[in-house]
Design a protein around this ligand. Structure first.
Ligand code: F0G
Length: 457
């Protein structure tokens, strides 16, 4: 018998209170936050879907492992456990721990980036792009055309456009491309997976041109689950095995361990090349810490060693992917345009389609994110023109899509919380024709979405 209810493969062990707020309290909170959801106090948020990064619930076994943490400065046994756990899925020669994903990116691009260099990806995440541009290199997005169409139902919308990649290499020269990247799943493109076949093809193009390939592997387990579900010949395979095959086509990886590895903090850089590894370790010591802990405490390394194992559990992944789809499908059925098919860690509302009367440079995604908070204390995050619209030369242009991401923290909210989110979204849909856009009254040069201040139009 196949039951309809999604079985959450855990029960609650310790609880955190959630405070209910009134619309008036939320309006005041928004004003003092400059209408930027990143400026809200978390206690003023009822359901926090800002990110799935570091916000998940750790397991009993992870908390137990924390007690086992060994804080030796060099060569801690917690480091050995962590390194071996990483290598069990990603058998790269060198593993370099960092405090989170962007620290791994900063180190990698400090070694490989620089003026005149180009770094292609399916779609760069914002910190990846910013770390590349900080070195004066150029970050390029080469996702397949379906990946830019919110309604396309391609099963692997995160795939890299192989023809575009080959043309790009021919145009700019392999010597100016220090690394090619693939982000799994493609977060900025809707949490969409990349197929094994596509990773294999990108790897072949890289090899032919003497280039190295790195995975931005934050959501490796979710990506592998989609491969198991959707790719010909992959059903029934062990997810850990699929992850190892994904890794086998790459020469290295960056990752935020705050995603699939179930950490509240952490990341790593792993790779095969001895020279790059040596330069990276030198930089690591400069900014993160010694090579056997990076920016992490021994106890964090222990929690991650356990979390990496839990991340590839089939019971967990089945629940994870089904529960994200539950939210996305309910919204779509209620008439809210969402990026299709539903991604792994988040549902992406198509704000440009829901609010066609708000032009991209008046930030429809921002307007929708604010409305969700006003209506029900639900915090999502704009992924659109606010996040990507600022050009390196200071000009502004509309992003490819204006989305609002509702990211689902791992193992944290129950089905009734998600039912509440659905009700809030449907109530906002009723108001959609009346919502107005925003203008920016203050912004920094880089990563403006975190700190920009807005005013309603
Ligand atoms: N790469 C991807 C694909 C990411 O999604 C993130 C973080 C990073 C790199 C950077 O990792 O935060 O540990 O420094 N994404 C979070 C998010 C912040 O909300 O999607 P980090």
């Amino acid at each position: 018998m196949e039951f309809k209810t999604i079985f959450e493969p855990f029960r609650i062990h310790s609880v955190e209170p959630l405070r209910l707020s009134t619309p008036e309290e939320r309006e005041n909170a928004l004003k003092s936050a400059g209408y930027n959801v990143f400026g809200l106090r978390a206690v003023d948020v009822m359901i926090d879907l800002l990110t799935d990064s570091g916000t998940g619930a750790m397991s009993r076994d992870q908390w137990a492992a924390i007690q086992h943490g060994d804080e030796s400065y060099a060569g801690s046994p917690s480091w050995e456990l962590f390194r071996d756990s990483v290598k069990s899925l990603f058998p790269f020669k060198h593993v370099i721990p960092t405090h989170q994903g962007r620290a791994a990116e900063k180190i990698l691009f400090s070694v490989l980036g620089g003026e005149g260099k180009f770094i292609p990806n399916n779609t760069h995440f914002d910190t990846t792009r910013a770390n590349i541009e900080f070195t004066k290199a150029t970050a390029v997005d080469l996702v397949i055309p379906e990946g830019r169409d919110p309604q396309s139902r391609h099963p692997f919308k995160g795939n890299m456009d192989i023809v575009a990649l080959e043309a790009f290499i021919a145009e700019h020269g392999a010597a100016n491309i220090p690394v090619v990247m693939i982000t799994v799943t493609n977060n900025s493109g809707g949490g969409q997976p990349v197929s094994l076949e596509n990773i294999r093809q990108v790897s072949a193009v890289c090899k032919k041109n003497g280039l190295i390939l790195f995975l931005d592997a934050c959501r490796y387990a979710e990506n592998a689950w989609f491969i198991r579900e959707r790719e010909a010949g992959q059903s029934g395979r062990d997810v850990a095995d699929i992850v190892r095959e994904m890794a086998s086509y790459a020469d290295g990886m960056t990752i935020s361990a705050k995603k699939d590895p179930m950490g509240n903090i952490g990341g790593w850089l792993a790779l095969n090349d001895d020279n790059i590894a040596q330069e990276a370790r030198n930089l690591l010591i400069l900014t993160e810490g010694f090579t056997t802990y990076g920016g992490l405490a021994g106890r964090d390394l222990e929690a991650l060693a356990v979390g990496i194992g839990e991340s590839v559990s089939h019971d967990y992944l089945q629940y994870r992917i089904r529960s994200t789809a539950y939210l996305g499908n309910a919204l779509a059925e209620g008439g809210i345009p969402v990026v299709q098919p539903i991604g792994g860690h988040a549902v992406y509302l198509d704000a440009r389609a829901l609010l066609p009367h708000i032009p991209p440079l008046e930030y429809p995604g921002q307007a929708l994110a604010i409305a969700l908070y006003q209506m029900g204390g639900v915090r999502g995050c704009e992924i659109g023109t606010v996040m990507f619209g600022m050009q390196p030369d200071g000009s502004e242009k509309a992003a490819a899509m204006d989305l609002v991401r509702l990211a689902i923290p791992r193992r944290t909210y129950t089905q009734s919380h998600i039912d509440y989110v659905i009700e809030v979204c449907l109530a906002v849909r009723e108001l959609a024709p009346k919502l107005a856009g925003y203008r920016i009254i203050e912004q920094p040069k880089l990563l403006r979405h975190f700190t920009a201040q807005f005013a309603p139009l």
